[in-house]
Ligand binder design. Structure first.
Ligand SMILES: *[C@@H]1O[C@H](CO)[C@@H](O)[C@H](O)[C@H]1NC(C)=O
Ligand SMILES: *[C@@H]1O[C@H](CO)[C@@H](O)[C@H](O)[C@H]1NC(C)=O
Ligand SMILES: *[C@@H]1O[C@H](CO)[C@@H](O)[C@H](O)[C@H]1NC(C)=O
Ligand SMILES: *[C@@H]1O[C@H](CO)[C@@H](O)[C@H](O)[C@H]1NC(C)=O
Ligand SMILES: *[C@@H]1O[C@H](CO)[C@@H](O)[C@H](O)[C@H]1NC(C)=O
Length: 332
């Protein structure tokens, strides 16, 4: 074979190779980042089809990744229940087209949330729940201005809730419940986070008072249960409110219940194990309670009459100072 034909064969095969790779939809940066991500997870069998030789946009199905039709960039990572053991690779920060990142019920996922997520500026939906990730709630989350949903429930996160999270303009859902978070609840103002309607901070070790700025939010659900919070939270109530669920049990809240009013939609209210005093207001009987629990407080007086109140058992009213009337024993 003469040199010139060798060159032409070589250049032909180079051309062929480059055509092969250009026919691939997967962006090389995405492939590289995903392979690093897989490596961090300990190269689990469930990701066996993430083969460097194939196209991540068309061949890597299974635990979900999605590739945007227009940009050909990976925009979704979402999987549950994977058998793996490892950590979140900082390389996830290179998947800058991600709008959804969701990992749920992956027990052997450990280590912190890498701060490289600061580069995921398109991220709208961020969930890591029921894993063993630890370390702090990353401060840098507050720089991801497209976020509407944050769910970091059921992990081992420690430290305080970054006050800067209150500056996420589109945030609707904040779930940080069932971790080991401590310190105070930061202020959330309705001007900065106008659409924040679901707040889950229960089952942590939070202390201090609930910021009164919460009164300005249009809350649908608030879960502050099982913390060490204190003070008067009567500002969370009111007949103009749209809230339908308030889980405030097992804290140290202390206020007079007698003068509270309730929004029409409120039908789940758990206040057990606090230091609430006064009596149960009569108007309470108007709400069609699905859950009502005022046990273990310092309430007194007669339980208002009405089908909505008497459907419950003693366990929802017992252990108060001098609460009486059905279903508790009659008042003297
Ligand atoms: C996950 O962790 C548990 C307990 O530490 C261990 O028994 C199990 O083998 C781990 N699973 C994998 C896939 O490593
Ligand atoms: C993860 O958490 C579960 C439940 O809290 C625990 O039983 C398990 O040992 C943990 N696994 C690892 C690898 O830390
Ligand atoms: C709040 O939600 C409404 C209704 O979904 C939407 O029109 C509005 O743009 C949102 N505001 C922000 C700041 O995200
Ligand atoms: C977070 O997501 C998981 C998985 O869908 C869910 O089980 C959990 O209830 C969510 N947390 C909140 C506060 O809704
Ligand atoms: C109400 O709270 C008490 C005290 O924690 C508990 O024993 C009871 O089961 C609760 N009732 C309901 C329906 O959750």
């Amino acid at each position: 074979m003469n040199p010139s034909s060798l060159v032409s064969i070589l250049s032909f095969s180079l051309l062929f190779l480059s055509q092969l790779s250009s026919s691939e939809r997967c962006h090389p940066n995405d492939k590289k980042a995903l392979l690093e991500f897989k490596k961090g997870l300990g190269n689990p069998d469930d990701l066996g089809n993430w083969d460097p030789k194939t196209d991540c946009c068309t061949d890597w199905y299974g635990p979900t990744i999605k590739c945007d039709e227009k940009t050909n960039r990976i925009n979704v990572i979402a999987f549950t229940k994977m058998d793996m053991a490892g950590y979140l690779s900082p390389a996830i920060g290179d998947l800058t087209y991600l709008t959804t990142f969701s990992i749920h019920n992956v027990r052997n996922l450990t280590g912190p949330i890498p701060s490289t997520i600061v580069k995921l500026t398109n991220l709208e939906f961020f969930r890591i729940s029921q894993t063993n990730i630890s370390g702090p709630v990353p401060e840098v989350l507050s720089r991801l201005k497209s976020l509407t949903y944050i769910n970091l429930s059921y992990n081992k996160l420690v430290g305080t809730i970054p006050p800067s999270l209150s500056q996420l303009p589109h945030l609707e859902f904040l779930g940080l419940d069932r971790n080991k978070l401590s310190g105070p609840i930061p202020e959330f103002f309705s001007k900065l986070a106008p659409n924040l309607t679901y707040i889950y901070l229960g089952h942590n070790q939070l202390t201090g008072i609930v910021p009164t700025s919460f009164a300005g939010l249009s809350i649908e659900t608030i879960d502050l249960s099982r913390n060490m919070l204190e003070g008067d939270i009567s500002f969370l109530f009111g007949k103009e409110k749209n809230t339908f669920q308030m889980l405030l049990d097992r804290n140290k809240f202390e206020f007079d219940m007698s003068k509270l009013t309730f929004g029409k939609r409120l039908w789940r209210l758990d206040l057990n194990h606090n230091k609430i005093y006064g009596s149960l207001p009569k108007i309470m009987s108007k709400n069609p309670w699905q859950l009502l629990n005022v046990s273990y407080n310092r309430l007194c007086g007669k339980i208002p009459k009405g089908e909505n109140m008497q459907r419950f058992e003693i366990y929802e009213y017992f252990h108060n100072k001098c609460l009486c009337g059905a279903p508790l024993p009659p008042c003297k």
